[in-house]
Design a binder for this molecule. Structure first.
Ligand SMILES: [Zn+2]
Ligand SMILES: [Zn+2]
Length: 552
């Protein structure tokens, strides 16, 4: 049998954008998927809850051997239910990752949980078709993150997943530099490396560095303290619980994702809470204020999150008041600054004090900075580097720093989502494109049609105009039989705009051919075009126009 000479690497998301990480590795017809992530929608995605990658490539790419997950962040697992709905393939992940996936699948189709399998870490490789997959532990801001070593017929590929090198990581699960060096000596053909913080110089500070800041903030707080953080940061959750005990405060977890992550973490022994430390939110509110600590969701200002509700006095259990301290212990994901700002304004208005990472050092990133990335490349000594996980500026910063490695630095291949890369022992380059894009999902977990979204945007931007036209088969009705209804367009009929618009419509009908007049679809299209042109000329606006035709 003739063996293919290339391994194909196809990112369906995550390159040139933040989120939707999904990589396909293909050898001949044998395919392996690494991660299946989502992206949070922007303000322009009206009524959209989740954005996932277009998965159509997977329908025709060949034989799917399985999905291997590097860790449980939403940008790596959020699209998995949608992938599994189309392809029932085995999914491999570490215990914490699968715990989160299981919870997620319950919202969709519980039967799919039978597809989940534990990913062995550090031991024997997992054989999936021509791919022997070894998972190695790495430090990140969520428990049980792994780097994947893919032994393939063309050579060894290291898929780093999200990682940093923090040697202070307290949960005994850390990036092992000796293992990376050993891999480098065995020979690595290509690295697909996390670029998130490639444009930050130096070294990402260790998780241990946030302890003194929290310690001081808890010691000096006269009343209640609320901390909002990423729910998946179990190490920080544990640290806050330890500090709460030290400062004689009870802890309440508030918000469904905070409670959910804590439950999975506790079940796996990753979160150790002394008896009596945890109380429910109602009990915590009834304690003397200086004895309560709340860990709440809402670090991105999401309008339905616990902290956002608390900030406007709309939370069922927790109230904020004069002298309470709110600590924002997370980075703002690009796009959520405004929502966070609004929330902070409300909190301040209620008399709370708000401190964030810029003032206090209560947050460190989960991703390696430039010096760490250089060190990892130096240890792995790959022939090729494909920067992944970032917008183009992070990918190119990763490329630049790889170029600074003095001897034996990798050859860098800058690729984009949808590129098909061919990797052989001597070459790595983009050879084709595959269909990619964003798929919008709303609260019903169903897909939102692109056309629908465009209409919502148009209505939100320039409003809606509905001309109602009564026509008889015999001929033109006078303009008096034409009405125009509008919403969100113009409040008043300035300069006789609608009067003139009616005339435009009447002229349009008058000059229509009998064929057009007899066909509702054709007539609507004609009226739409003529009215659109007229309104654009007169108002510079493009409202959504929906003609209604009444046959007499
Ligand atoms: Zn991550
Ligand atoms: Zn990520």
């Amino acid at each position: 049998v003739l063996q293919p000479s290339h391994l194909e690497i196809v990112p369906l998301g995550g390159l040139g954008e933040f989120g939707m990480n999904l990589m396909v590795y293909r050898y001949g017809v044998e395919c392996l998927v690494v991660d299946a992530g989502m992206m949070f929608p922007g303000a322009e995605h009206l009524g959209v809850d989740v954005v996932i990658p277009n998965l159509s490539f997977l329908d025709t790419c060949g034989r799917l051997r399985g999905v291997v997950l590097t860790h449980g962040h939403e940008d790596h697992i959020g699209a998995l239910p949608y992938l599994l709905a189309r392809h029932e393939v085995p999914v491999f992940g570490t215990a914490y990752t699968l715990g989160l996936v299981r919870a997620r699948l319950q919202e969709h189709d519980e039967g799919l949980a039978s597809l989940l399998h534990p990913l062995p870490v550090g031991g024997e490789p997992l054989q999936l078709g021509p791919f022997a997959v070894r998972a190695l532990p790495v430090t990140h801001s969520i428990p049980h993150s792994v780097l994947l070593v893919l032994h393939t017929p063309v050579g060894t590929v290291v898929h780093t997943g999200d990682y940093k090198l923090d040697p202070t990581s307290a949960d005994g699960w850390a990036t092992d530099l000796a293992q990376l060096a050993a891999l480098g000596r065995e020979g690595v053909l290509a690295v697909l490396g996390d670029s998130t913080n490639a444009d930050r110089p130096g070294w990402t500070p260790g998780e241990v560095t946030v302890r003194p800041a929290f310690d001081a903030l808890l010691a000096s707080a006269p009343r209640r303290v609320l901390v909002t953080l990423f729910s998946s940061n179990v190490q920080r959750m544990q640290l806050l619980c330890d500090l709460a005990r030290r400062h004689r405060r009870r802890v309440a977890f508030v918000g469904s994702s905070m409670v959910g992550h804590a439950a999975v973490a506790e079940e796996l022994g990753l979160l150790d809470l002394p008896v009596g430390l945890r109380v429910d939110a109602e009990t915590a509110m009834s304690l003397p204020p200086e004895q309560a600590l709340f860990l709440v969701t809402g670090s991105q200002g999401e309008p339905t999150s616990a902290l956002a509700r608390i900030a406007v006095g709309k939370h069922r259990e927790v109230e904020i008041g004069e002298g309470d301290r709110v600590i924002h212990a997370a980075r703002a994901i690009p796009g959520s600054q405004k929502a966070i700002g609004r929330m902070v304004n409300h909190l301040l208005r209620r008399g709370a004090e708000v401190v964030d990472e810029t003032q206090t050092g209560v947050h460190v990133s989960g991703h390696a900075a430039a010096d760490e990335l250089r060190l990892v490349l130096h240890l792995l000594r790959p022939r090729f580097l494909v920067p992944v996980h970032g917008e183009f500026r992070q990918l190119s910063a990763h490329a630049r720093l790889a170029g600074e490695i003095a001897a034996g630095g990798p050859q860098v291949v800058l690729a984009d989502t949808g590129d098909l890369l061919a990797l052989s022992p001597s070459e790595c380059r983009v050879v084709d494109r595959v269909p990619v894009g964003q798929v919008f999902i709303d609260a019903t977990l169903e897909e939102v049609d692109f056309q629908l979204l465009r209409e919502r945007k148009q209505i939100a931007g320039d409003g809606l105009v509905v001309p109602v036209v009564a026509v008889s088969p015999l001929g033109v009705d006078p303009p008096g039989r034409i009405e125009i209804v509008s919403r969100g367009f113009l409040l008043e009929d300035g300069n006789g705009l609608f009067h003139d618009a009616k005339q435009v419509l009447a002229d349009s009908i008058a000059s229509a051919t009998p064929e057009e007049r007899g066909d509702e679809g054709l007539l609507k299209a004609r009226l739409q075009t003529d009215l659109k042109r007229f309104l654009r000329r007169r108002t510079q606006r493009r409202p959504l126009i929906i003609p209604v035709i009444l046959e007499l």
